[in-house]
Design a protein around this ligand. Structure first.
Ligand code: ZN
Length: 326
């Protein structure tokens, strides 16, 4: 669908949400479709799992975020591959978190998008133009649950996301996975299958793009396995890495730091829970890194979290090594 056609259809939807007042939302083609003109041969996002899944038609729509130049180039890249792409009606400032590997789970300063401002935007791209337009309306209206369904997320997880959002914003800077684990209580959590490990995303490994409603959500397990099968054909190196890193114990500090321990072993015995791991294989972000380095291959679960290298952290030791049963 051409930008001109999209501009003709969309004004009917422009309303008053996300703090944007009627009439403030710009519907010209540069604001909606990006400032890039011409073909884009390659884009960094194309090497990410999400774009690969969309290209393999295993995922119906892609959602990414970045500075205007990045999302504009991504929209042009997607359009050159037969997709429709639209940039978000708003621009924003991402809340980057060094403790989560620079990942951002929330945004601030939401304001109407202005082409040429260079600010951060979101971008949607899919083969079906109608899906992208509906997704754009969800961004405009703040319909996160419906957007999740359009992105191919399980309905149970898409519905759980907005329900947990307020708690996530209040307690963990928008990290919905932390809000989910809070319902489990602090300390040891598991064992769960590798399919629901969304924490490794902070270290650059992911197979699913949504926050599961529960770490043992059936629909999430099935989706992760489908994604793995779709990737196996054309990105076997990603599959190998994913199985090694996602099927590993994770230490997750509520307010800072994630660590993954490929090959590590969680032992639960007589009320005690201990992780033993190879320090050379461990991956960690932010404040957890020095503690993991000092831990000499051993982390103990405490009542409110875990102890690593002489420091206590509020949070969870999560075991993702449960073998698939279904
Ligand atoms: Zn679910």
């Amino acid at each position: 669908m051409s930008p001109v056609e999209i501009v003709r259809v969309l004004p009917g939807f422009a309303g008053n949400v996300c703090g944007l007042r009627r009439g403030e939302v710009q519907l010209d083609s540069a604001t909606l479709c990006g400032t890039y003109r011409g073909q884009v041969a390659s884009h960094p996002a194309a090497r990410r799992v999400e774009a690969m899944l969309v290209m393999a038609r295993a995922k119906p729509m892609l959602l990414d975020h970045g500075p205007e130049e990045y999302v504009s180039a991504l929209a042009a890249w997607a359009q050159a591959r037969g997709m429709t792409a639209l940039l978000s009606p708003y621009e924003f400032t991402p809340v980057r978190e060094e403790a989560r590997g620079g990942y951002s789970n929330s945004m601030e300063g939401i304001r109407p998008a202005r082409a040429g401002s260079g600010a951060w935007r979101s971008v949607l791209a899919a083969l079906e133009p109608g899906r992208v337009m509906l997704g754009w309306c969800c961004l405009l209206r703040g319909w996160d649950g419906r957007l999740g369904v359009l992105l191919g997320y399980p309905e149970c997880c898409a519905a759980a996301y907005p329900a947990r959002w307020e708690r996530a914003k209040r307690e963990s800077r928008g990290d919905v996975a932390a809000a989910m684990l809070s319902e489990w209580g602090l300390g040891y959590a598991g064992p769960f299958g590798w399919e629901a490990n969304v924490f490794a995303r902070y270290l650059g490994f992911e197979l699913i793009q949504h926050f599961p409603c529960r770490p043992d959500c059936d629909a999430t397990l099935r989706l992760a396995r489908r994604n793995l099968a779709a990737l196996r054909a054309f990105a076997p190196e990603i599959v190998e890495q994913a199985v090694r890193v996602l099927g590993a114990p994770v230490a997750f500090a509520r307010n800072g730091g994630v660590a993954v321990f490929p090959g590590g072993l969680v032992m639960v015995e007589g009320g005690e829970c201990v992780l033993t791991f190879d320090p050379r294989a461990a991956l960690a972000t932010g404040p957890l890194r020095p503690a993991v380095e000092k831990a000499e291959g051993r982390i103990e679960v405490t009542q409110s979290g875990f102890e690593a290298g002489g420091t206590e952290f509020d949070g969870w030791l999560i075991d993702f090594q449960k073998e698939a049963e279904r």
